[in-house]
Design a protein around this ligand. Structure first.
Ligand code: ACM
Length: 593
């Protein structure tokens, strides 16, 4: 059934942004006009429905009844949505139902009369499993021009994801204009050169790299993203991953010297001096970030913070002592400054009426309970944070780090991390049934947290509540993705597998299972043609195109089975006193042994 030129579209005022988006993409793709109407008969109706779960929708496409004056064979569409989020999801489904041609920016058959959008007669009713279906885009390691960020948003929305975490700052670049501290972008947004491949053996490209978003750019990204049903979470990473900020303002650093924006990858020892001055600086930064972004959540990072330089600084040791940061044996513990520092900034975010989001290393008894924890090193950290009363997003590097290698094809470009095929990602369970016992060190942490929070603020132990599993997030880190083309390759089609898991009820989806096979078939027959029509340079299922390979660039593959055997549900990732995964024998591909 067809939608014709001039079809009338009526939307409840609360759902208009979704209706407008769908009208615009359909008008572009088919070269027709769809007419918004506020009264009288309509061919497409979007209405609110009270009986649907949050984010849910219902679509019915029928042939226009005869006797209404409609041309035979034309469609009438009724969309009911629980809320605007549901209407956005429904709009994406409507585009999907029209087929790959709906993913073009202009009609491919413009020389002939053109094709009208054709919709099958269907009834669809659906709602999301999780309220947080996220994807992280790292624009710090490699700056992605705004145009490419907007394109990334379009594609994430097409997969009904609803959270985009923008990783805006790191050792290798500061990407957000802060009026009060202009050196952050004047100095911190640029690096002399980049490492090509793993930092362990990588070579230098000898070519400067950089860029940043003005506050107007970011406001535009926020508005654009909101119009597609996605919330952008800005992430300002502290107190580690700060070499770019320290290059701009050396007084922020532990060493106080101007070492420059980092040009290699890997975990940096150069973390913030956790001083009152650093706190004041980042409160000011956050005030501007809070003004630009309307997200209810603000990312504070908190991952990978080696306390090595803190230990060597008598002033910082004294500061930890003065703050009462002692280990269980009563010895001053500078490492606790990490959690202390993040907790202070989280309070600043809370005071502004938002909630901080932190990586799992930042969990400590000092962390306010309203802070959302993103569990990346493994699952156990997320389980422990839930038990401590935090809301949690599961993002374990064991499955949903899309910069990790998608195949063991010999020509896989810059193969880093764990081998995670599209089927592996499709089998992702954010809270697997075997995840019952967090390691004892985490249990201790939880118990301390519960007793701390029950003695402060008057909360009784009986008040203690388990946090909520908000959802899941896939990560696109860009150390080895230096262009939008490389981002496409790493992200797709695996993000499609992740998106389906984050949306639909948990099910057995193991590689090789009937469900997994059905998914792959559906992907090949229906979804890859949509990505082709849109112009996505995804990784072909059979392996990279020759021009997608990076011969001679050294990766650093990791062995998931070996790391899991040692680290269990907690993994071995991140900074560890014992070196963690770095102490395992180097992984070699099976084909080489
Ligand atoms: C992380 O991968 N360091 C969050």
């Amino acid at each position: 059934m067809l939608l014709t030129d001039g079809a009338r579209v009526a939307a409840d005022p609360a759902l208009r942004p979704a209706a407008r988006w769908w009208r615009r993409v359909t008008e572009e793709a088919y070269g027709i006009d769809l007419v918004p109407v506020t009264d009288g008969p309509a061919d497409v109706v979007l209405a609110l429905a009270a009986d649907l779960p949050a984010g849910g929708y219902r679509i019915e496409v029928r042939e226009a009844p005869s006797g209404t004056g409609a041309t035979p064979g034309t469609a009438t569409v009724r969309v009911e949505a629980a809320d605007l989020a549901g209407a956005h999801a429904a709009a994406q489904t409507l585009r999907q139902l029209a087929g790959p041609s709906a993913f073009r920016r202009a009609p491919a058959d413009y020389r002939t009369a053109g094709t009208l959008p054709a919709l099958p007669a269907v009834r669809v009713e659906d709602h999301p499993r999780f309220e947080w279906r996220g994807v992280l885009l790292d624009v710090a390691r490699h700056f992605l021009p705004k145009h490419d960020v907007l394109r990334f948003v379009d594609l994430a929305a097409a997969h009904r994801l609803n959270v985009l975490q923008l990783h805006l700052t790191d050792d290798q670049g500061w990407r957000v204009q802060i009026d009060r501290y202009p050196e952050l972008t004047r100095t911190g947004a640029w690096r002399r050169e980049s490492t090509v491949g793993t930092w362990r053996t990588g070579s230098r490209d000898g070519r400067p790299h950089g860029g940043f978003y003005t506050q107007d750019d970011l406001r535009e990204i926020v508005a654009y993203t909101r119009d597609r049903g996605i919330t952008v979470i800005p992430e300002i990473d502290v107190p580690g991953h700060v070499e770019a900020a320290v290059a701009a303002y050396p007084e922020l650093g532990t060493r106080k010297d101007r070492s420059g924006v980092r040009t290699t990858w890997g975990i940096s020892q150069d973390v913030l001096d956790p001083s009152e001055g650093s706190l004041a600086f980042f409160r000011h930064v956050l005030d501007e970030v809070l003004d630009v972004f309307d997200s209810p959540w603000i990312g504070l990072g908190g991952d990978e913070v080696p306390p090595t330089l803190w230990r060597e600084s008598p002033q910082i040791v004294e500061r930890a002592r003065a703050l009462g940061l002692f280990d269980a044996g009563g010895t001053v513990d500078v490492g606790l400054l990490h959690g202390w520092f993040v907790a202070r900034l989280a309070e600043h975010v809370s005071a502004a009426g938002r909630r901080a989001v932190v990586w799992d290393e930042a969990v400590s008894p000092m962390l306010p309970r309203d802070v959302v924890v993103t569990s990346w090193r493994g699952y156990a950290q997320g389980a422990a944070a839930l038990a401590a009363g935090h809301d949690v997003v599961m993002a374990p590097e064991q499955v949903v780090y899309l910069d990790h290698r998608a195949g063991d094809h010999p020509a896989e470009p810059i193969p880093v991390g764990f081998l995670r095929t599209i089927e592996d990602v499709y089998s992702f369970d954010p809270f697997p049934p075997g995840l019952v016992e967090p390691p004892s060190s985490l249990v201790e942490l939880v118990e301390t947290q519960v007793s701390t929070s029950s003695t402060s603020g008057g909360a009784a132990a009986a008040d203690h509540r388990q946090g909520r599993l908000l959802g899941a997030q896939a990560q696109v880190w860009t150390e080895h993705l230096d262009s939008a083309r490389r981002v496409d390759y790493a992200t797709y089609p695996r993000l499609a597998a992740f998106a389906e898991v984050a949306w639909s009820p948990q099910a057995a989806r193991e590689p090789g299972s009937e469900r997994s096979k059905e998914f792959l078939e559906r992907l090949e027959r229906h979804h890859l043609p949509r990505l082709d029509a849109y112009g996505v340079e995804y990784r072909p299922l059979a392996g990279p195109h020759p021009w997608q390979t990076r011969p001679g660039v050294q990766g650093y593959p990791r062995d998931l089975a070996a790391e899991t055997a040692v680290g269990g549900w907690a993994g071995l990732g991140g900074w560890r006193e014992d070196g963690g995964a770095e102490n395992l024998p180097e992984w070699t591909p099976a084909s080489d042994t």
